[in-house]
Ligand binder design. Structure first.
Ligand SMILES: [Zn+2]
Length: 276
């Protein structure tokens, strides 16, 4: 089913690392985003250590929350970054922390990086046969929505998109590469990694494990997903025999089946009455 088989190095899944969350975000008229890192002070050994406010991404964010919001809306983009981390140039990356005088990003570059990640996500789906290439290009958002014009003549446009996607994922995985640190907690565990890196690690891990995508059987959802997100424990998921992307969709489908059955019963009763 895969059009261009992808290989990974190293051939193992990457650890989940937390993403640094921004504190309050403010945007000025020029679109510059200023924010203050949310720092927390924690007791560690004999003393106090400061760390930033970090979070692990929800499972399959790159198939779910990343594709769900309206990238054209400033509010939706800021909301997404407030929940999951900054995107764009100069994002909080742990190199510096504290109060920011200089912009941490701009709306323009945040929107472009969100678009790049969404295009990358959809490209992986198209490469797995979950999305028609025509649909992928119709939905294309980065590079002004006209990505492949310069190279489209030489190659299969899907091949170009897949190569772009592999470049995006590879570049973003730098925090998972070799590093040297002193004993104790590593910088990445304390300060987190950029959102883009964590999103691309989710993509990498699905490629590394040869994950099989499926579509949610609820017609009004039909989201592509790998595992049904569980409702009880964070990060818990079901893999086998799952038709729906979430318990919510499974419940919606069950109640629709119930309503349909009731309606059929009513119709049958009515027609029996009429025929008497
Ligand atoms: Zn669903």
């Amino acid at each position: 089913m895969t059009v261009y088989p992808l290989q990974v190095e190293p051939t193992r899944v990457l650890p989940e690392l937390p993403v640094m969350l921004p504190g309050t975000l403010a945007v000025d008229e020029s679109g510059a985003i200023r924010g203050v890192a949310r720092l927390t002070v924690v007791a560690k050994g004999d003393g106090l250590a400061s760390g930033s406010h970090t979070t692990l991404l929800p499972p399959e964010l790159y198939l779910r929350q990343l594709l769900d919001f309206d990238v054209a809306s400033d509010d939706a983009l800021l909301d997404f970054m407030g929940n999951f981390g900054l995107l764009g140039s100069g994002s909080l990356d742990g190199k510096s922390s504290g109060a920011y005088e200089t912009p941490v990003s701009t709306m323009r570059s945040a929107r472009e990086r969100a678009a790049v990640l969404r295009d990358t996500s959809r490209t992986l789906l198209a490469n797995e046969g979950m999305l028609e290439p025509d649909e992928l290009f119709a939905l294309w958002e980065s590079r002004g929505g006209n990505p492949l014009a310069s190279v489209i003549f030489q190659n299969d446009p899907l091949e170009v998109a897949v190569k772009l996607a592999t470049g995006v994922v590879t570049n973003a995985l730098a925090p998972f590469g070799p590093r040297v640190s002193t004993p104790g907690s590593s910088k990445h565990e304390v300060f987190g990694i950029p959102l883009e890196s964590a999103v691309c690690a989710q993509m990498f891990n699905h490629i590394a494990e040869g994950a099989a995508y499926r579509r949610c059987a609820l017609p009004s959802c039909s989201r592509a997903f790998v595992r049904q997100v569980g409702r009880a424990v964070k990060g818990q998921f079901k893999l086998e025999g799952v038709e729906y992307c979430s318990p919510q969709c499974a419940r919606a489908a069950a109640s629709k089946r119930y309503r349909d059955r009731k309606r059929d019963e009513r119709l049958r009763t009515a027609s029996e009455r009429d025929s008497e």
